[in-house]
Design a protein around this ligand. Structure first.
Ligand code: ZN
Length: 475
């Protein structure tokens, strides 16, 4: 049997075990660095299918690598499985209805992401065995994509050093290979320590940590005029020092997120923000502790891999849906917020171009391929970016939700166990395995991907954004 048929048949034959696995991970809904059961489910499945598994990597208990094959090329498949806090939601319900108030939910589809990637490596292993293909395939169980950038620690500790290329996918609203980039993003806590005092009796003795937080924020807000337009700086005051106005606050804390198109630009802005924090401490006679807790690098896409992905998307054609599935998606479109609905035409034009967007907007689930030439860079961040600075990397999207659905929202959680989500996941598995298979069959493609990769880097090397003292953790 040829590779294309074998891979497709393998995914289809095992479809029900993959859908029940992704449903289980949806139900577990474990957040960053606490994905113990989700990680174990994926590890056990891959071990049962003949992969050698090593876990607890780079200080991340829930990280693992499952490997099959030998020699080169070494292809990395990136799987995620973390949920988001506060997004608990009943499946299939178009009303906001938490399963458990305050619990987590899979609002970014990472239960599909991890399981679809697992299905891809299983199908590719079967194909390698049948056709005696050389090479090594590795499923990287990557924890804490959300808010902690788990992959950056795996990169820092060298787990990708001997890889030739990496593939990943993400549940989405459109079918596309991601030719664009994403923003780099640092997160850091600034904790100020002052001297407490009664605010009326001995104010002259006190030195306010809250004053320092406020002055730091003022300083950063003045800095905005003098930074590149594409940068974004957000902050949240995480400790005001208490609720008593008649006490000079001894401790106060602010969490900053700093984004820019390139990790080198974020590094520079971060240093300026740190200087402002030191300035605020000096002004208020307080001290400041700075603790960086996460860093995401920008995504460097690889057009050689993306071209292969697009070719397979064209070859497989669009996903077909039943009348029931289309009705389900239409029902969920009634739950889209007014703001998201208003954005739909603009987003569809950005993805498909004006002409195709007009047709696609009539459908409850988008079916067309969003070709590379329409792409804008992503405003958000992903830790896939860190891998992409090390080896040629490509990411692609497959529709898993009704058109217009917002991510990191209960509407996405509610659709996570639908047959639309399952179909998208299985489709992604096929595209991923077929693309990787091209690189196993033709080593010159690996060389081409590496050549483009070097051109994209333009002489730069990975500017490891994590200081040595920065460890994976829940904060
Ligand atoms: Zn995500």
């Amino acid at each position: 049997m040829n590779c294309v048929e074998l891979i497709q048949n393998h995914v289809d034959y095992h479809a029900s075990s993959y859908t029940s696995l992704s449903d289980k991970i949806w139900e577990l809904a474990e957040p960053r660095f606490q994905e113990y059961q989700s990680s174990k489910l994926l590890q056990d499945y891959l071990a049962d299918r003949g992969f050698s598994v090593r876990a607890d990597l780079a200080g991340e208990k829930t990280a693992f690598i499952a490997e099959y094959g030998q020699g080169s090329p070494v292809i990395a498949f990136l799987g995620e499985f973390d949920a988001l806090s506060g997004l608990s939601q009943q499946a299939d319900d178009i009303k906001h209805n938490p399963l458990k108030e305050g619990a987590c939910g899979h609002g970014c589809g990472h239960h599909l992401l991890g399981t679809g990637t697992l299905a891809a490596v299983c199908a590719l292993k079967a194909c390698m065995e049948e056709n005696h293909l050389p090479g090594t395939i590795r499923f990287y169980g990557c924890p804490a994509e959300e808010n902690a950038g788990g992959k950056a620690y795996l990169v820092r500790d060298g787990y990708f050093d001997d890889c030739d290329l990496a593939l990943c996918w993400h549940p989405e609203l459109v079918r596309r290979a991601v030719y664009g980039s994403s923003t780099a993003n640092f997160r850091a806590f600034f904790t100020f320590h002052g001297t407490p005092a009664h605010a009326a009796i001995q104010p002259e003795q006190g030195r306010s940590a809250l004053d320092a937080v406020e002055l730091m924020n003022v300083g950063v807000n003045y800095m905005r005029e003098h930074m590149i337009d594409a940068a974004r700086i957000h902050y949240a005051v995480t400790n005001t020092g208490g609720i008593a106005p008649n006490v000079v606050q001894q401790e106060a804390q602010v969490l900053y997120a700093i984004r820019a198109p390139k990790v080198t630009q974020v590094k520079e802005l971060y240093e300026r923000v740190c200087n402002i924090a030191h300035g605020a401490a000096l002004m208020t006679e307080t001290s400041v502790d700075i603790r960086q807790v996460a860093a995401y690098s920008n995504l460097i896409s690889n057009s050689v891999i993306c071209d292969q992905i697009e070719r397979h998307m064209e070859g497989l054609g669009p996903i077909s849906y039943t009348e029931e599935e289309l009705a389900y998606a239409r029902r969920f479109q009634t739950a889209i917020s007014e703001m998201d609905r208003k954005m739909m035409p603009e987003n569809a034009c950005a993805a498909f171009g004006r002409e195709i967007a007009q047709e696609q907007l009539k459908l409850p689930i988008y079916t067309a391929i969003a070709y590379g030439n329409h792409h804008e860079d992503m405003k958000g961040s992903t830790d896939v970016g860190d891998v992409s600075w090390m080896i040629p990397t490509a990411q692609f999207n497959v529709p898993t939700f009704a058109a217009g659905t917002a991510f990191h929202a209960w509407q996405a959680v509610a659709q996570g166990k639908s047959s639309i989500a399952h179909k998208g996941m299985l489709y992604a598995a096929k595209i991923m395995a077929l693309t990787a298979c091209d690189f196993l069959l033709d080593p010159s493609l690996v060389d081409q991907a590496k050549k483009i990769f070097m051109e994209m880097l333009g002489g730069e090397v990975y500017p490891n954004p994590l200081p040595p003292e920065c460890q994976p953790g829940i904060w």
